[in-house]
Design a protein around this ligand. Structure first.
Ligand SMILES: Nc1ncnc2c1ncn2[C@@H]1O[C@H](COP(=O)(O)OP(=O)(O)OP(=O)(O)O)[C@@H](O)[C@H]1O
Ligand SMILES: [Mg+2]
Length: 253
């Protein structure tokens, strides 16, 4: 598999919102034109991991399906963070300003499967766009428009391979390296840690939790933590130690 060296170095400087505290709030948009790739699952796992690592986090639910808000209602029986707020194109700007003023460190935006106005609005305010893609032909075909949207708006993007199949007889399925190569050819970096297809993601979200809360020693937890290390390193390049990203795509078993 091709090494990732250098793929993150081309990131541009990006807009920052100054909080009253003098800190800057950052925004992570999770998107893909294709439905069901795992945007909501990834947004929630990243948001909870951000909170666990001390970043005060707000999730903006920009998808009219409101899956994130449903998760939050389930979660409200036992936890109040991360806060989830329903958002629309016309409200996102003010919600972002209010969150920055309230001292949030991070806004994670969950988007609908499209590249339409709502998605463009998320990209507009994003410091980093995490583009979720399953390792399959149709997802790769559909991703081009999302890549164009991010490029046209001069934003930083990163692919995440989600729902990757397990190794067979110890061998990584060929589709993963093929997907990795195809994504690199599109000119954006690929997160060096992908997420496997695991029941832990489905079961945890159903009860208003995330996989790393159910079992911090699980493989799902390991890969989410490694992914967050990398994503947070891209969002806050100066303050986070990167544990992955200097080598080829690393998939947890
Ligand atoms: N890594 C994974 N392993 C197993 N199941 C997953 C994984 N990621 C997502 N799923 C499952 O895939 C389905 C779709 O996930 P999710 O709702 O997060 O996708 P989405 O991109 O937000 O969908 P939509 O486009 O409808 O908003 C859900 O049943 C979810 O539990
Ligand atoms: Mg969703």
């Amino acid at each position: 598999m091709a090494p990732l060296s250098g793929t993150l170095s081309g990131f541009r400087r990006y807009e920052q919102i100054e909080c009253l505290s003098g800190e800057t709030m950052r925004t992570l948009a999770v998107l893909s034109r294709k439905g069901g790739t795992g945007k909501t699952t990834v947004a929630l796992h990243m948001a909870v991991q951000a909170e666990m690592s001390g970043r005060r986090t707000l999730v903006a639910d920009l998808d009219p399906q409101r899956s994130t808000s449903e998760w939050s209602r389930e979660r409200s029986h036992f936890a109040q963070t991360p806060l989830v707020t329903e958002a629309r194109v016309g409200t996102l700007f003010t919600q972002r300003l209010a969150a920055a003023r309230d001292g949030y460190d991070l806004m994670v935006i969950d988007t609908r499967p499209s590249t339409d106005l709502e998605c463009a609005e998320a990209v507009r305010w994003a410091d980093l766009c995490l583009i979720v893609v399953r390792p399959c032909y149709f997802d790769l075909k559909a991703i081009t428009r999302t890549v164009e949207l991010v490029g046209n708006m001069n934003k930083r993007g990163m692919f995440l391979i989600n729902q990757a199949p397990s190794r067979r007889n110890g061998e990584e399925p060929r589709i993963i390296s093929d997907t990795f190569e195809a994504l690199l050819d599109m000119g954006l970096p690929v997160a060096p840690v992908g997420l496997r297809y695991r029941a832990a993601y489905q079961n945890s979200v159903r009860e208003g939790r995330v996989a790393q809360e159910i079992d911090p020693t699980s493989l799902a937890s390991l890969e989410v933590t490694a992914l967050w290390d990398h994503v947070s390193g891209a969002i806050w390049p100066d303050s986070v130690q990167r544990t992955a990203g200097d080598g080829p795509l690393a998939m947890v078993s």
